[in-house]
Write a protein that binds this ligand. Structure first.
Ligand code: GLY
Length: 355
């Protein structure tokens, strides 16, 4: 089971890491960073006495480097520096280093322990937890990977100080999703959360609550045979938005695309499963405040629907969704017709302009 540890003050960071690494005394520790976390986050921990013998590995930042070539460089360094089955890998960074580093750990010497120290809000509430590790392959996202959970996830919201507004809001979309999947109380708290305060001590509790929503679901269904599919809420359409935005050279961050996907999928939830209109409206209002509109045209619909069909969660002709009957009332493997999906995209376009 993954141990989750939250640290509020920078002064506590060293002690907490020390505590975590005690079990790995006399073992070789490796710290994996990407270019971003190496610049902005590694300096905060590199001088800690528990890391003075640690070997550092650095990979280029960006999803385009989440590939076999980068993975091979990680294995090469682990091997060249004498890594053993008892070594520990610490992934310091956003979702990319934790996905790739986690997969490197899953395979090296048939599996070594690893710890995630997420430095983005998105990685904190999503990628760092739940054991999904992997890389992109032949143009397909997360095509190769393994379920291999971190031994521990260490949360220090102070790292979020280095994030810009767009990246803070990218993480916030997954918090909105967790709110929708849990309870009215948590949903209302998330709706009124200001992501620009994510690095403050007062936000840590809500961030932990958000992580707990995912943790509870993963505990029940670690390998996504059933309930874990709920974590795809907003993602069937969101992933298609994300891909389209890259094809059209107007790239959206992952969470921004998920927020737009949430609007469409809550509309489908309302139409097909009776999801309450006031909560749909509340979500639309928050998404409109928080994220810029994507200039979606009706002529984009065929490509967007094609992208949904290629999603690896869709094993047959049907496009599958997680829908909601109400906050926390989850409907897995729901399907919608092409017309209904187009209607949800019309709904997004009608409700995305600020005026
Ligand atoms: N990001 C969704 C999951 O971990 O299942």
């Amino acid at each position: 089971m993954t141990k989750i540890l939250t640290i509020h003050r920078q002064s506590e960071l060293e002690n907490s890491l020390n505590e975590l690494l005690r079990a790995y005394e006399a073992r070789q520790v490796f710290v994996l960073c990407d270019d971003n976390s190496k610049t902005h986050c590694l300096p905060l921990i590199a001088g800690f006495s528990c890391l003075k013998e640690a070997q550092h590995l650095s990979i280029p930042a960006g999803d385009e480097h989440k590939n076999l070539a980068t993975l091979a460089t990680v294995w090469s360094v682990l091997s060249a520096k004498g890594g053993t089955r008892q070594s520990l890998l610490i992934n310091l960074g956003g979702g990319m280093p934790s996905d790739l580093g986690g997969f490197a750990a899953a395979c090296f010497k048939r599996g070594i322990d690893f710890i995630n120290i997420p430095t983005t809000l998105l990685a904190c509430v999503d990628a760092a937890l739940g054991g999904k590790t992997g890389i992109n392959f032949e143009g397909l996202k997360n095509e190769i990977g393994a379920f291999y959970p971190a031994k521990a996830v260490l949360i220090y919201p102070g790292f979020f100080n280095s994030l810009d507004r767009a990246n803070l809001y990218s993480g916030y979309a997954e918090m909105l999703k967790h709110g929708l999947l849990s309870s009215y109380a948590h949903w209302k708290q998330v709706l009124s959360f200001d992501p620009s305060t994510a690095s403050s001590q007062t936000s840590a509790e809500l961030i932990m609550d958000s992580m707990s929503v995912k943790e509870k679901i993963v505990k029940e269904d670690p390998t996504e045979k059933g309930l874990r599919k709920a974590l795809n809420l907003g993602h069937t359409i969101g992933h298609a938005f994300e891909s389209l935005s890259h094809i059209q050279h107007k790239p959206l961050l992952h969470g921004h695309a998920v927020a737009l996907g949430l609007v469409c999928e809550l509309y489908l939830s309302h139409k097909l499963a009776g999801f309450p209109e006031p909560e749909l409206n509340a979500c639309v209002k928050r998404v409109k405040q928080a994220y810029s509109a994507y200039p979606l045209q009706r002529s984009d619909y065929p490509e967007l629907i094609e992208l949904m069909q290629h999603d690896k969660k869709n094993s047959d002709q049907h496009i599958r969704f997680c829908l909601l009957e109400d906050i926390g009332k989850i409907l897995l493997d729901a399907t919608a017709s092409r017309e209904q999906i187009e209607e949800s995209l019309d709904y997004y376009r009608d409700n995305s302009s600020k005026h």
